[in-house]
Design a protein around this ligand. Structure first.
Ligand code: SAM
Length: 230
């Protein structure tokens, strides 16, 4: 049974897509995509030997060796121009690592139309990169599973200037679609973050002030205010 988190990622993959799942571990997502859509094909990319082996055996066990290609390599380097990949998924990593993978493999994204990204932390780093690199956020999800909160960002190639026209910083931090929806998982995540920042701020207040500390305090206060507003 695929996790609800990866099932939700899968709902954003169009029928018949050729998907490259980067950091695929057991290749659960590529196998699920191909088992639920007979017109789908996929690449499972892995940089580490253990997860690469797991992905290979999962694909074999699922009888999908003709449709899921398991490849060993760093990030988007496993994608070749002739693969015709139209969707890239990267799930279960930090936002900074996902952003590095996209930035380092930028030339592999020219013909990709959709990115589905599931950061465990720092989704804001990804939102900023997408906005600066010609990708438009189309949808966002936030869910709680096994006591963890996950965000999913869906972006399509092309610019949309209007998305961050107002309150840009706040939308980058919280997510424009997630802010509007303001569901239970969203409220839980940001209530927790706010309490945590307030705790840090109290500690900072007790310390001797330096220019650096002052800046950090201002930054925290700003973020607390942005969360309070929603
Ligand atoms: N995507 C799966 C999921 O969401 O359940 C697996 C997530 S697992 C926590 C992260 C995987 O990404 C690991 O198997 C790791 O080896 C792989 N990984 C980390 N950095 C990578 C990179 N630069 N290129 C390819 N795979 C990478």
């Amino acid at each position: 049974q695929l996790s609800r988190r990866l099932q939700l990622v899968a709902t954003y993959v169009p029928k018949g897509a050729k998907t490259a799942d980067i950091g695929s571990d057991h290749a659960y997502l590529p196998c699920y995509l191909c088992l639920t859509d007979e017109t789908a094909t996929a690449i499972a990319g892995e940089v580490n030997e253990g997860p690469y082996q797991s992905a290979q055996s999962q694909v074999r066990q699922s009888g999908l060796t003709e449709r899921v290609s398991v490849r060993k390599g760093n990030g988007l380097a496993v994608i070749e121009a002739q693969d015709g990949v139209d969707v890239v998924t990267v799930a279960g990593m930090g936002g900074a690592l996902i952003t590095t993978i996209l930035a380092e493999g930028k030339d592999k994204l020219t013909n990709v139309s959709r990115l589905i990204l599931q950061p465990n932390v720092s989704a804001s780093t990804i939102r900023l990169w997408l906005d600066q690199n010609g990708w438009t956020l189309k949808a966002e999800e936030i869910i709680e599973e096994d006591d963890k909160i996950y965000e999913i960002l869906v972006a399509d190639h092309g610019e949309n200037k209007s998305l961050y026209e107002t309150n840009k910083e706040q939308k980058m931090l919280l997510g424009p679609f997630l802010m509007d929806e303001c569901n239970e998982a969203f409220q839980k995540k940001w209530t927790y973050e706010k309490i945590n920042w307030e705790r840090i701020l109290t500690q900072f207040e007790k310390a001797t002030e330096t220019v650096e500390l002052k800046e950090k305090k201002e930054e925290l206060k700003k973020k607390i205010e942005m969360v309070k507003e929603v």
